[in-house]
Write a protein that binds this ligand. Structure first.
Ligand SMILES: CC(C)(COP(=O)(O)OP(=O)(O)OC[C@H]1O[C@@H](n2cnc3c(N)ncnc32)[C@H](O)[C@@H]1OP(=O)(O)O)[C@@H](O)C(=O)NCCC(=O)NCCS
Length: 214
């Protein structure tokens, strides 16, 4: 399938999702890669990872960019040379990017029960509003929280930022698809809005920084 979705989530800010159903050769059609990226892809042992890389380039090409416009900071955060912000995620059959005028973070994760066993590694205050007795909703909420924390991390990109200690996802309702997350770290003391949705057994979450941090 080519582009799965392209939607404007804020003025001048686009969310694009690719569902990978193509062969590697089909995905590579019309994709221009710079030398660094070609080397990176050649080193990848997994075809799935190569497909993820190519699908992300297909997504940025939808917005008029190519791999030659993309570079990475020493922290691994992607940037566009014209100063437009970008965040990238990929998981199995899906990849997604947000491209726009605000600093942003996006994450997509496969919904897996395993998240229950690692919950105490990335959650603390959130346990006050989670109910493990309602197992299915508990798992879905844990994955939303995980995605939100990954998205916030990508937006702020500070090495010492701890999911458990510094990012606090406030109580939210699965029906709403939105929520708020507080970040208290170094000079940052802010609350960010996030959006989330469930797509074919995956959870996607993103946030935009309208507070000027990161
Ligand atoms: C780097 C990290 C954010 C990647 O997230 P992920 O869910 O594993 O993988 P995703 O596919 O969603 O995202 C990968 C993309 O994130 C981007 N990325 C990597 N490092 C980044 C950073 N420091 N800031 C912003 N974006 C970053 C890259 O674009 C990368 O894709 P690409 O290399 O193909 O372009 C994540 O591994 C990480 O380090 N998280 C924070 C550490 C942490 O606290 N972990 C959990 C503690 S319980």
């Amino acid at each position: 399938m080519p582009l799965y979705r392209s939607v404007t989530i804020a003025p001048g800010t686009q969310l694009l999702i690719w569902k990978i159903t193509e062969t590697l050769e089909e995905l590579a059609e019309g994709v221009l890669l710079n030398d660094r990226c070609t080397v990176k892809m050649d080193k990848m042992k997994s075809e799935q990872h190569r497909k993820a890389l190519l699908s992300v380039r297909r997504l940025i090409q939808e917005m008029g960019y190519t791999d030659f416009d993309l570079y990475y900071g020493p922290d691994g955060k992607p940037h566009l040379k014209d100063g437009t912000h970008i965040s990238i995620t990929h998981s199995y059959a899906f990849s997604a990017v947000i491209i726009g005028s605000s600093n942003t973070g996006i994450d997509i994760e496969l919904q897996r029960e395993k998240v229950i066993t690692i919950a105490d590694k990335f959650i603390e205050p959130e346990f006050s509003f989670l109910d493990p007795l309602h197992l299915e909703e508990y798992m879905r909420k844990l994955i939303v929280i995980w995605c939100v924390k990954e998205a916030v991390y990508k937006m702020i990109s500070r090495k010492q930022l701890s999911f458990k200690q510094h990012i606090n996802v406030h109580a939210f309702d699965m029906k709403d698809g939105t929520g708020k997350a507080g970040v208290h770290f170094a000079e940052i003391d802010d609350v960010y809005s996030f959006c989330f949705e469930e797509i074919e057994g995956f959870t996607l979450a993103y946030c935009l920084d309208n507070n000027g941090n990161g």
